[in-house]
Design a binder for this molecule. Structure first.
Ligand code: ZN
Length: 54
């Protein structure tokens, strides 16, 4: 399992539909909303950890 960096949920890599490649690493998301939030400001989630959806 991979961890959704936005909300902290566990995501199964095998059927993940929401993925994003960032700085040489693949990230997995539970929903398109999490992926979009990450794409807008990746550093916020990588440095601060999961902050949840607003
Ligand atoms: Zn999520």
């Amino acid at each position: 399992m991979a961890k959704d960096p936005v909300c902290g949920m566990e995501v199964d890599e095998k059927d993940a539909k929401n993925t994003h490649y960032h700085q040489g690493k693949m990230y997995f998301f539970c929903a398109p909303g999490c992926k979009e939030a990450f794409k807008k400001d990746p550093e916020r989630f990588l440095k601060g950890g999961p902050v949840g959806m607003m």
